[in-house]
Design a protein. Structure first.
Length: 94
């Protein structure tokens, strides 16, 4: 069964927030965020596993969220990414 354009919008948001935090140069516990591929993938996977999925049939024609719901979702994503970064900084695979 082909699913077509089914996408989890949380993936784009998680990657956007990771990019913003990395580009800001923010440190976690005095340690900068490692930007190697393995650490970035670990951060994204941990964050996505803590967030509820937000699937749409086509991300370019999704139903719009209310400003309140969108703000709430952005805050959840930021919190999940920050928690994931802290976890990976504390226990990197390398």
């Amino acid at each position: 069964m082909a699913i077509g354009n089914l996408e989890n919008l949380q993936e784009d948001e998680v990657l956007r927030v990771i990019r913003e935090i990395v580009e800001s140069g923010e440190e976690f516990g005095g340690v900068p965020v490692c930007t190697c591929h393995e650490c970035l993938i670990d951060i994204a996977a941990i964050a996505l596993n803590t967030l509820p999925p937000h699937y749409v049939a086509d991300k370019y024609y999704k139903f719009p969220d209310s400003p309140t719901k969108e703000k709430q979702r952005n805050e959840q994503v930021t919190q999940a990414v920050r928690m994931a970064i802290k976890r990976v900084v504390d226990h990197p695979h390398h």
